[in-house]
Ligand binder design. Structure first.
Ligand SMILES: NC(=O)c1ccc[n+]([C@@H]2O[C@H](COP(=O)([O-])OP(=O)(O)OC[C@H]3O[C@@H](n4cnc5c(N)ncnc54)[C@H](O)[C@@H]3O)[C@@H](O)[C@H]2O)c1
Ligand SMILES: O=C/C=C/C=C(\O)C(=O)O
Length: 479
């Protein structure tokens, strides 16, 4: 049994009120560990540790901070197998994915911000004719809160923590209560890397208890949150009267737009990934596929054919393409959309639970393709966040643009075409924070990352993240 503990002031602690949650393994449905359900008192202790560490950490040279972050990155890499096994067990994702994507990216997050902070600079303005010069300081905020979801656990947790501490802040962080294990392992790595006590504090627990205590804490002055749109709205409502700085990365219902003139083979292979990678549980998945009518039937046949060959299986089996969904309740939520499809649409492929031999109580679902005939339907308007995509044909660029934008979300969009002018037109007009053309999930960590509309507020990545985690202070000197 894995007993996860809070990491506060460089030490591991049980929750003060001794309240615990069960940790389930999605691959077999069994309880395999316990997680603190931390209270306000635990969050207060984490805050006190962070606040005490702040004066010294915020004055630590950039070179020293950078060295420590690189050592954390190396520590994650040195323990790649252990981290990957834990991530896969906790989340249900294929071990191969955890090993090649999640954990390497967590290490890259620390390495990237170790370098980025040494290149971060602020502005100065010469006020010509006024005999003055203005320069802008970029000061760390103090103690900040980082709250992350279950789908890419260590990947998204470190995507927040690394820039926060690189910029000189101290952190109170909460990973998802559904996938806490790799965040727990990170504590030891931070100690070994020489991160001073209290710079990073990790409290585990439910959103409604532990998370709520973080967002309500009067002295935690910024919250970086990734998760569902409903939770994001609640956080915004709570944080606004406390005047906290907020970064919200929320849900998506991203269009994948396929034109006849695309590189077909490349498009087909990538579309299988953008539909079903990580069991479709990536906020950037292209869950609404729009195909130009001239190649619709061909695409439908080829796509179904490829998807039928995906292997649903135990996450540790290297032949597995699709692992288990993260939890029983999430599987039930995804299945409720399949029920809607049975009544109102055509299921082209999948739609059933899968029994994996030896792991009969695991949360497995076939990759599912649903044909819809309107973009107005529930399946095209609500985020399903599972291995379920819809597809429908379109006739003109204007039609598809209208459908792509006719949704409350605006996170990403993927475009498959070789027509340059069309690419430019659509990239300008698509309502999304991220546009991929002839690719998907190609990430350069320097680029702004985030959504518009109900997909969030603010941007992560590169200097955007360092700007978020600092306050600009302008100094005007008359000479
Ligand atoms: N835009 C992005 O970059 C991005 C990335 C990954 C996931 N997501 C979204 O996340 C969702 C799936 O993740 P989830 O189910 O874990 O989301 P969630 O909103 O339920 O939970 C996310 C985190 O918020 C915490 N939380 C819940 N209630 C809280 C509260 N009242 N106060 C403070 N914290 C609270 C949870 O404990 C968890 O740590 C999907 O909607 C997905 O699209 C978005
Ligand atoms: O599920 C959401 C995926 C988010 C990805 C990133 O934040 C990233 O790649 O930086």
């Amino acid at each position: 049994m894995l007993k996860v503990q809070n990491y506060i002031n460089g030490n591991f602690h049980d929750p003060l009120l001794n309240k615990w949650l069960n940790n389930y393994c999605p691959a077999n449905g069994e309880i395999y560990g316990s997680i603190p359900n931390s209270s306000k008192e635990d969050v207060d202790n984490a805050y006190i540790a962070a606040q005490s560490a702040f004066p010294s950490w915020s004055q630590t040279t950039l070179e020293e901070r950078s060295h420590i972050l690189i050592r954390i990155s190396e520590g994650i890499e040195a323990n790649l197998d252990r981290f990957a096994e834990m991530e896969s067990k906790d989340n249900g994702k294929p071990l191969s994915l955890a090993k090649t994507i999640d954990i390497p990216r967590a290490a890259s997050n620390f390495r990237f911000f170790a370098h980025a902070i040494t290149q971060f600079s602020s502005e100065s303005h010469q006020s010509i004719g006024l005999d003055a010069v203005n320069y802008t300081l970029r000061q760390p905020i103090g103690v900040v809160g980082c709250i992350s979801p279950w789908n890419l656990p260590l990947y998204l947790f470190t995507w927040k923590i690394a820039p926060a501490i690189a910029a000189g802040n101290c952190v109170v962080a909460k990973p998802s209560e559904i996938t806490p294990a790799t965040a727990y392992l990170l504590g030891d790595i931070c100690n070994e890397a020489g991160l001073p006590k209290g710079v990073l504090n990790i409290v585990h627990g439910l959103g409604s208890t532990t998370g709520q205590a973080i967002i309500e804490h009067p002295d935690i002055k910024a919250i970086s949150f990734t998760g569902g749109t409903k939770t994001g709205a609640h956080i915004a409502k709570t944080a606004a009267p406390l005047f906290k700085k907020l970064s919200l990365e929320l849900g998506g219902k991203n269009p994948n737009i396929i034109f006849t003139d695309c590189d077909y083979k490349d498009m087909l292979e990538t579309t299988v990934k953008s539909s079903f990678a990580n069991q479709g549980q990536i906020c950037l998945c292209g869950s609404r596929i729009f195909v130009e009518r001239t190649i619709y039937d061909q695409f439908k046949t080829d796509f179904i054919n490829k998807v039928k060959h995906l292997k649903v299986g135990h996450p540790s089996d290297y032949k597995t393409d699709i692992g288990a969904l993260v939890s029983k309740s999430h599987l039930e939520k995804v299945l409720s959309y399949v029920e809607i499809a049975k009544k109102d649409h055509t299921i082209l492929c999948g739609g059933n639970k899968v029994t994996v031999e030896g792991y009969e109580n695991g949360y497995y679902l076939q990759p599912t393709i649903i044909e819809v005939n309107t973009n107005d339907c529930q399946l095209n308007q609500e985020e399903i966040f599972g291995p379920v995509v819809t597809m429908m044909p379109f006739d003109t660029e204007d039609d598809v643009l209208q459908m792509a934008n006719q949704v409350k979300y605006g996170l990403s969009a993927t475009l498959w075409t070789n027509d340059l002018k069309r690419t430019m037109r659509l990239s300008n007009q698509l309502q999304a924070g991220i546009i991929w053309v002839n690719t998907w999930m190609l990430r350069d960590l320097r680029t702004p990352f985030g959504g518009i509309k109900a997909s969030g507020v603010g941007r992560e990545g590169g200097f955007e993240a360092l700007r978020f985690f600092t306050e600009a202070k302008n100094v005007c000197i008359k000479y």
